[in-house]
Design a protein around this ligand. Sequence first.
Ligand code: NPQ
Ligand code: MG
Length: 372
Amino acid sequence: MKITGIELRRITMPLIAPFRTSFGTEHHRDTLLVRAVTPDTEGWGECAAMTAPLYSPEYTETAIDVLRRYLVPALSPHLAGSAPFDINAVNRALRRYRGHQMAKSALETALLDAGLRTTGQSLGSYLGAAVPAVPCGVSVGIMDSVPALLDAVDDYVNQGYRRIKLKIEPGWDVAPVRAVRERFGPGLLLQADANAAYTLADAPHLAKLDPFDLLLIEQPLADDDLVQHAQLARRLSTPVCLDESIHSAEHAAAAITLGSCSIINIKPGRVGGYLEARRIHDLARAHGVAVWCGGMLETGIGRAANLALAALPGFTLPGDTSASSRYYTTDITAPFVLQDGYLPVPTGPGIGVEPIMELLDEVTVSTEWIPL
Ligand code: NPQ
Ligand code: MG
């Protein structure tokens, strides 16, 4: 299948409410969509990068630059011919360049979507999805007060979310966790995400979360510190989960061997795509390490693909695969609506959803066409 070209499309979507984490407050989701065009069909991928290097070193402009300058040109031997391309060969060709997992993931996903549409297979079926719908959690930002947080959590629980994740940082940790646990009781699946805001010197303080029976604490320490995460994990009864630290199956293997975590948050963007995400799932499952699917405030494009991944059998904890309405008044695809706390895994070819072009055009800031 010949790919005639790749479109890079920058979009900006207003968030329903500001989202505050330990690295700042976001009012908009500004991101990049990658569109792979063939004579017969097209495929879409969403870049997980933020506009600033806060969550990871990548940001939207580095993704655009590396795609234009290196990643798309590197694939032209694989894509320009008329024979069907091999997505595994695409994956190998992208590995030649270091880093830039989010850019690679967006490009590989657009090609995977286009390829699967040609054969009529869904991404869920391709990856090995085991269930038709997945239980969903929600990530709750840092708030100005505990009462405001309790109201927000109450609303999400009433919407049906199966698990609550509280964003924490120094100064907003034990009190909000205690308040939510006391208000909603021992039955609520509850976890916390620090986005790397602590150091090992905070271990005695983080141990004060132990009585609240959290499912896990996510990424308490720096992204490049597997050794200190292992030391911290030995000092907490709360299981340690890694997010930012895991960039590949090799990192996951190292973290499991060191005892740096007993649970892994898998985000396809962070690890270079859905093929690598599946490798991490397989590795973790073989080691008895639970995984769950993270989120990066995706539009319906990224959300659809994440639901396919979250349906694999090793995803035994609810993910941050929230409904479209968690972040957006108007999504760019048909909205994903929570049904009794679950979202359906798309069954159509490829990622199973398409952007609604009028809505997409409304949020588009710029487009660039890279011919192949
Ligand atoms: C996490 N996400 O698990 C991330 C981090 C995160 C859903 O908690 C704009 C774009 C703002 C992406 C804030 C959730 C963001 C972002 C936080 C990702 O660590
Ligand atoms: Mg996280």
